[in-house]
Design a protein around this ligand. Structure first.
Ligand code: FPP
Ligand code: MG
Length: 346
């Protein structure tokens, strides 16, 4: 007799991501298929279904975190996942836009185990790909019928403005030496929290939840986004590159002031001071220095503090979620999703 399938919250969260990927993919392909030829090819590469020569490829899809939030948020307010298809497509397109531009800013050559779009086609192509995806996202929401259409476009535009603010702060932090953990958290709420919050809000609006519940859902997603970003930072330093698809240590090599680093720098420990001296020195960091810096971040308590901060954000997310009065099953699902997003390996 086959062993019974045990559904742990972790497997439930992963299932939701897989289902969201399956549910959003046809819509994404259909909408992206309406782009004009050149942008369609670049976008198809960036979204993972074409290779660099324009041939079909099955290599590289994202985790569909934001679509999963949109679908589940619609169910949380009594709608169906299907109600949120336009919302899910739109937030994934905005996410893809932001990654196309961000990889240029960061000079990152790899994403999801493949050359980034600027690396494959050049910087102008990557800028234009992002622009095409962003305008397509607006069109998807505007053309999705329903009373929430105009409100959704407005929410999305607001989220993109916050994304820009967060990204600008992130870039500014690179040349500042006095960044605080609080400033970092505000930056992460804009850079990563805004779109996750928007995914939840748009899902709730599409599910018929109204503005107030959508607002609480947005707050849930925003805090969850901060937790997710801090975990992203932890993975950037301590993660397994085979799982993340990005070279490990790149954040440290670029002297990025991520949460674990800022916590270590503020720690007044010997390891924190050594890290500060390394961050202040001129020149590129070699492999051996990166390994030492990684150890210092851990020894100075940066790893542990970052994990604690992620847990606190998660707690704040649930406080907001309860105010949105979610349907019990969707509450379980959002709990499972939040768990997977903050205990992930990639
Ligand atoms: C990883 O998402 C992405 C983040 C942690 C957010 C990063 C935020 C930006 C790049 C904002 C950039 C803003 C502008 C305006 C350029 P993920 O792990 O879900 O990625 P996946 O889709 O590969 O799974
Ligand atoms: Mg970046």
């Amino acid at each position: 007799m086959a062993a019974p399938v045990v559904r742990t919250p972790a497997s439930q969260g992963l299932d939701l991501l897989v289902q969201a990927r399956r549910s959003v993919e046809p819509g994404l392909r259909e909408w992206a298929g309406q782009l004009p030829a050149v942008a369609r090819r670049w976008a198809g590469y960036h979204l993972g279904w074409l290779d660099a020569e324009g041939r079909p490829s099955v290599e590289a899809a994202g985790k569909a975190v934001r679509p999963a939030l949109a679908f589940t948020a619609a169910r949380a307010v009594g709608g169906t996942g299907q109600d949120a298809l336009g919302a899910a497509v739109a937030v994934e397109l905005v996410h893809a836009f932001s990654l196309a531009h961000d990889d240029i800013f960061d000079g990152d050559a790899l994403r999801r185990h493949r050359p980034t779009v600027w690396k494959a086609f050049g910087v102008p192509a990557a800028v234009l790909t992002g622009d095409a995806l962003l305008s397509l996202a607006c069109k998807v929401l505007a053309d999705t019928p329903g009373p929430q259409s105009a409100r959704s476009v407005s929410w999305l535009a607001e989220a993109v403005a916050q994304l820009v603010e967060g990204e600008a702060a992130d870039v500014a932090f690179e040349t500042r030496t006095d960044v605080t953990v609080a400033e970092y958290t505000a930056m992460a709420a804009d850079k990563t929290g805004a779109l996750m919050g928007c995914a939840c809000a748009l899902g709730a609006l599409a599910g018929g939840g109204g503005d107030v519940r959508a607002g609480y859902m947005a707050e849930f997603g925003r805090h969850l986004g901060v937790a997710f970003q801090i975990v992203d930072d932890l993975l950037g330093i301590f993660g397994d590159p085979a799982a993340t698809g990005k070279p490990v240590g790149a954040d440290l090599a670029a002297r990025k002031k991520t949460y674990p680093v800022l916590a270590a720098l503020a720690s007044a420990t010997p390891a924190g001071q050594q890290l500060a001296a390394m961050y202040a020195a001129e020149g590129a960091l070699g492999e051996e220095q990166r390994v030492r810096a990684t150890q210092w971040v851990a020894d100075a308590g940066g790893r542990q503090q970052a994990q604690q901060a992620a847990n606190l954000e998660l707690a704040a997310a649930f406080t907001a979620l309860v105010k949105a009065d979610p349907q019990p099953q969707a509450l379980d699902e959002l709990t499972a999703l939040a768990g997977v997003l903050t205990h992930r390996k990639a």
